[in-house]
Design a protein around this ligand. Sequence first.
Ligand code: SF4
Length: 500
Amino acid sequence: MPPKVIPIFEHAAAATSGCGTKGGSGKSSCGSGAGQGDLSPEIWEKVKNHPCYSEQAHHHFARMHVAVAPACNIQCNYCNRKYDCSNESRPGVVSEKLTPELAAKKVLAVASEVPQLTVVGIAGPGDALANPEKTFKTFELIQKGAPDIRLCLSTNGLMLPDHVQTIQDFNVDHVTITINMIDPEVGEAIYPWIYYNRKRWKGRDAAKILAERQMEGLEMLTSKGILVKVNSVMIPGVNDQHLVEVNRMVKSKGAFLHNIMPLISEAEHGTYYGLNGQRGPSPQELKKLQDDCEGEMNLMRHCRQCRADAVGLLGEDRSAEFTSEKVAEMEVNYDAEARQAYQAFVEKERQDQQAALQGELAGLGSSEVQALVAVATKGSGRINEHFGHASEFQIYELSAQGAKFVGHRRVDHYCEGGYGEEEVLETVISAINDCAAVFVAKIGRCPKGDLEKAGIEPVDAYAHEYIEQSLIAWFKEYLARGTYAERGEGRLRQGAYIAA
Ligand code: SF4
């Protein structure tokens, strides 16, 4: 029996029959990708319901960040802390900073309302380990109140070696380190200063200390079996080529996942890069670098560069529903059983999706044709969002290997108050201009016509069905047609999710 709060399953399940012989999309991105694969049972247990460590889990499970760590000990040229820290956040203010007590209360309130919540992280707005008392006090309180929730922290790594034992003692089994360079010459163009051992260090010396401390912390964590995700900000002309070396190094030191994110550098955020015209990468540049780094190492491609107080599934932000004021008035009913029931329900759903996908993969053939397609979804691994209501499109690469998630594109809602905005439609089309088709639950006649004119096929025939199975079914038809138009370039919109 599914629990009472499951807002995203509205329609009957797709067919689940059949079992093919293809293994899916080859080396999967995002940790566990489609399933356990070659992961040990112990690691699988840690990642299977973690929306950031498993691409598949991100369709079903939610995370929240609690903003208890305001101070930072380094300055990054992509960050303006009047807004937020770029370790793992958007360049926008956190709505409110929390005390550990308020944070723990908020976690219980969210967990009572959102059965999908499996993970709580501390990702700023400064650095979690530049605020160790607040960070660990928060973990202690959360553990007492909600022991089934996994704990994560995100850090620039400068103070990491000093806290690895405490991290382990608090059962924090996922740590993110932001590592943008291993060569201090590259590092001095990214970090103007660090504050370490009661002294401000600048230039190459600062970058050298930071890189050494990051590597030391990474090794210490992995030797204890703690999963480490490395975040890297891709800064064209500064570290874009260098990140291939970073990838090799962190892989050799045991990092589990590498998350290469595009630089966000809009001038209004007031960052050094933003004010000096440093551009971010295009989707094509980002994908190429991610492809170059994807070998033995798991690549995360579904990161949404969330706010430091984000709440919800990765493609949404419900933080505005859980302000301190609102939490104070909420009746908190933490129902561990309902949460477990939800997770069991999702597990079954995931198995059904995999079985359906395997069935569809049979007979796909060995064509060398590849196509990108866009999908409108509001979660649960289904095509269940209206074209006009989508705030992002998920991008999949289709090939003889299957359907592989390769990224997402943020857009404004095309449909506001029942009417479509022509100007917005143009920006949506440019965001997915590299795609051959867009899969939606529903779409109006006008946008349909404009998409067709732009060479993007609107597909609503698979409304509410499983994403990957549907994409493969369509791809078989596409291959059978035998005509493949060249696509242009898509556009990456800067910024990150903000509460509605
Ligand atoms: S910033 Fe990326 S890694 Fe962190 S919670 Fe958001 S999606 Fe996950």
